[in-house]
Design a protein around this ligand. Structure first.
Ligand code: GTP
Length: 309
């Protein structure tokens, strides 16, 4: 049995889980298994995707480009032996992964024979690139784009045509030979993602792995009743110090209605969540930042302020 692999890459918060969520919910008749790599100890993405399909495998607390490399290959070997086998495997990288390293691992001859890496797509958040143009110089961001067969500009609902075209031009400078598509809310036809025409011939990446600046992750949990009003007062301070926050919370103002909080850079959103925090908790939050810029005790001191008892 040969099961093709699609690798979904892109920076923290670029929209990878949103895309995967849509694909798993609308697979157009394909049986898709998803392998999700959450950098943090709490696999929020896998928990959310698990509400759409049971075919989600979580590799957490590390990066599949380095510390979890063996786990990835073992997982793929197990997935293709399932009965019935999936029609495709989608791997969602963590935003801090260098896809070049993952591609190198996936080109292991034993695994490539049964689970060939067919397509690499890299997602780019155009709003983030417009607000932080220095990203273009970031070695990890460049490597994520370089690895792609084609690029997807996400969140196109947030920018107007002129701004989107400016971002397209930046991405096009790095991918002059590749197609660039646009997507809002992750709604991409599966045929595009699995299209043969968009694939570049697969070759072993030549570049050395990108030694990105070290990232740190902090998990914050609570069992106390939580105040949404206080959360809204303090979360801005934390978002300013982090690159990414995501988590599930239950607030006393909305009993029984779990909330998904997400922030990418300083843009934060609250939305109804399809499931509550695990294990009877009232909060399960993962914060990712540059090492040295986020500290568990400082985050805890801020967040304890939202507890009501
Ligand atoms: N407005 C808008 N928001 C979006 C869109 N796609 C994703 N988002 C939001 O952007 C944030 C990050 O999206 P995710 O899909 O979780 O991003 P990700 O790349 O999986 O994030 P990491 O796994 O942390 O790297 C979430 O708050 C999403 O709801 C979109 O098309 N439009």
């Amino acid at each position: 049995m040969i099961v093709p692999v699609l690798l979904v890459a892109g920076a923290l918060g670029a929209g990878k889980t949103t895309l995967l969520n849509h694909l798993l919910a609308n697979p157009d008749g394909r049986r898709i298994a998803a392998v999700v790599n959450d950098f943090g100890a709490v696999d929020i993405d896998a928990q959310l995707l698990g509400t759409v399909t049971e075919e989600v495998i979580s590799l957490k607390n590390g990066c599949i480009c380095c510390s979890l490399q063996g786990d990835l290959l073992r997982t793929l070997s197990a997935v293709i032996k399932r009965d019935p086998a999936p029609d495709a495997i989608v791997i969602e990288t963590s935003g801090i992964s260098d896809p070049a390293e993952i591609i190198r691992n996936l080109m292991d001859p034993v695994i490539f024979k049964v689970a060939p890496l067919e397509t690499v797509v890299t997602l780019v958040d155009p709003q983030r690139l417009r607000d932080a143009p220095e990203l273009e110089q970031d070695a990890l961001w460049r490597s994520q784009l370089r690895a792609a067969d084609f690029a997807l500009l996400t969140k196109t609902d947030l920018l107007d045509r002129v701004a989107l075209d400016e971002v397209r031009a930046v991405v096009g400078r790095h991918k002059p030979q590749s197609a660039i598509f646009e997507v809002a809310h992750g709604i991409v036809p599966p045929d595009l993602l699995f299209s043969r025409e968009l694939r570049a011939p697969r070759a072993m990446p030549r570049q050395m792995p990108v030694m990105s600046e070290p990232f740190a992750t902090v998990t914050w949990t609570s069992r106390a009743p939580l105040s949404l009003a206080r959360f809204q007062q303090v979360i801005g301070q934390l978002a300013a110090r982090t690159l990414r926050i995501k988590g599930l919370l239950l607030f006393t103002e909305h009993p029984g209605k779990p909330i998904l909080f997400q922030s990418v850079a300083t843009r934060g959103t609250l939305a109804p969540a399809p499931l509550p925090p695990a294990d009877g908790l009232t909060a399960q939050l993962v914060l990712i930042g540059r090492e040295g810029e986020i500290a568990a005790d400082q985050i805890d001191a801020v967040m304890r302020g939202i507890e009501m008892s």
